[in-house]
Design a protein around this ligand. Structure first.
Ligand SMILES: Cc1cc2nc3c(=O)[nH]c(=O)nc-3n(C[C@H](O)[C@H](O)[C@H](O)COP(=O)(O)OP(=O)(O)OC[C@H]3O[C@@H](n4cnc5c(N)ncnc54)[C@H](O)[C@@H]3O)c2cc1C
Length: 429
């Protein structure tokens, strides 16, 4: 498997070292094999190990190689889809359950962080969904009403309060969600891995799944330079999965449209500037059609992100847009430079909701988090652990067949090109 080109990712520079892991050699067995070492696979491994079940993770590259080591670090409650729309798609009962479990998702994340003493810059002061223009204001007002009727502690703020909490110019308001917060995502993934290992799970890195064979009621997975035999398999490869020869169930990746997303991080800003930007350290993103996000890290770096891939053709456009945006949003910022930049793949589904599949006997997956994977990945990982140990109602999703999306590559190319075109002209005036 070819790795993506290495870009200077801030999270790699500031996360505590990964726990020691090696690649798989020889033949080993486990109760549950987990393919993929991101939030989903690692949460599953941790929860299985805590139940006394022998779990082994095989990860093609390194812990947090995929979305889990590249994301913004917004620990959001719920999905990106508005609560009422989610209910309209899934129904009152199934939708209500998913909303409840994902609404409580940040609590699970922050409890795990505290319980296992993870060093991951965890801050739980809420997130700000910044309203762009009257349309954005309408959107956050609807979101507020929909969450409030479900008892969630959200508050739509007028423009002056949004400005005070964000330090940013030009927004019409913001939705403050007090359930949410921020983390250093790679540090959290490594923290989950460390906790899973301590609880007795095994994790093999640089160990790609290469083949799978059914032997009686077991699965023999050829991976790296060895093999792993287990009764159950959890596929947690999400937007970083690819078709593996002779493993038909990896075809699930054919239904995800890849939305590229990049981030640029500044040098540590002087205290007098850093204290004006997001003074309470909420993480923020906006309602714009081509979304942008901004947050601070613990070293007072400002991290700005938006849709797009930092390939050779587009990187200059996105970098210039990021620099213009930072100056427009925070006109008092003074001199800064970008010290880190990186991108990642977000897995989108046609309904904008995650999907659960039973891919083959005893092979289960959940994927397609549509840009919301920290809390959902942790929640779904725990649910998968419970599911494979016999609690078949543990997953707050209904199983569906794989529906490959023939337009996925076209849609992905459209996102990439559309964002590049918008970033070429946006925020120039
Ligand atoms: C740029 C970006 C910003 C984001 N921002 C946020 C945010 O602020 N908040 C939020 O909640 N979510 C965010 N997300 C989404 C979130 O990061 C993902 O939903 C989440 O990381 C998915 O976790 P996962 O464990 O399911 O998959 P991943 O973390 O992608 O892990 C999948 C793993 O599978 C491995 N793999 C693939 N194929 C094989 C194979 N054949 N054999 C073995 N291993 C294999 C990959 O190497 C990878 O490590 C963002 C995503 C991106 C890309």
């Amino acid at each position: 498997m070819a790795t993506e080109r290495p870009l200077p990712n801030l999270w790699h520079a500031t996360a505590p070292a990964a726990p020691k892991t090696g690649h798989l050699t020889g033949e080993i067995t486990a109760d549950v094999a987990i393919v993929g070492g991101g939030f989903t696979g690692l949460s599953a491994a941790l929860h299985l190990a805590e139940m006394g079940v022998k779990a082994a993770v095989i990860e093609a590259y390194m812990i947090g190689y995929g979305g889990s080591g590249r994301n913004v670090g917004l620990v959001n409650a719920g999905m990106w889809v508005k609560p009422d729309d989610l209910i309209a798609t899934l129904g009152v009962e199934a939708g209500g359950r998913l909303l409840n479990e994902l609404g409580d998702g940040p609590s699970l994340v922050y409890d795990l962080v505290a319980r296992h003493g993870m060093q991951c810059e965890a801050v739980r002061n809420g997130t700000l969904h910044m309203a762009v223009g009257p349309e954005g204001l309408k959107e956050i007002t609807e979101r507020e009403a929909q969450w409030k009727k479900r008892g969630a502690p959200v508050e739509a703020l007028p423009a002056d309060k949004a400005h005070a909490l964000s330090g940013a110019e030009g927004f019409a308001g913001a939705l403050l969600d007090r359930r949410a917060g921020t983390i250093q995502p790679l540090a959290y993934a490594r923290g989950l891995a460390r906790a899973a290992l301590a609880a007795g799970a095994e994790i093999f890195t640089e160990t790609p799944l290469l083949a799978a064979e059914r032997k009686g009621d077991l699965w023999k997975l050829t991976a790296g330079r060895g093999s792993l035999t287990a009764r159950h398999v959890i596929v947690a490869t999400n937007a970083y999965g690819a078709l593996v020869d002779n493993v038909p169930w990896t075809a699930q990746t054919q239904e995800l449209t890849i939305l590229p997303y990049f981030q640029f991080a500044t040098n540590p800003l002087p205290d007098k500037i850093a204290s004006r930007i997001l003074p309470e350290r909420q993480g923020a993103w906006d309602t714009g059609l081509v979304m942008t996000s901004f947050r601070m890290d613990q070293q007072n770096r400002l991290i700005f992100g938006s849709i797009g891939r930092l390939d050779a053709m587009a990187a200059g456009t996105h970098r210039a847009f990021a620099a213009r945006s930072v100056r427009k949003l925070f006109p008092y910022i003074g001199d800064f430079r970008f010290e880190y930049w990186w991108d990642g793949r977000i897995g989108m589904t046609t309904t904008n909701l995650p999907v659960m599949h039973v891919l083959a006997p005893n092979v289960v997956s959940i994927s397609g988090y549509n840009g919301r994977g920290i809390a959902p990945g942790t929640v779904f990982g725990r649910a998968l652990a419970r599911y494979v140990t016999g609690d078949i109602s543990a997953i707050p999703l209904t199983e569906t067949p794989i529906t490959p999306d023939p337009w996925r590559n076209l849609k992905s190319a459209f996102y990439h090109a559309g964002a590049q075109a918008k970033h070429l002209i946006d925020r120039r005036f």
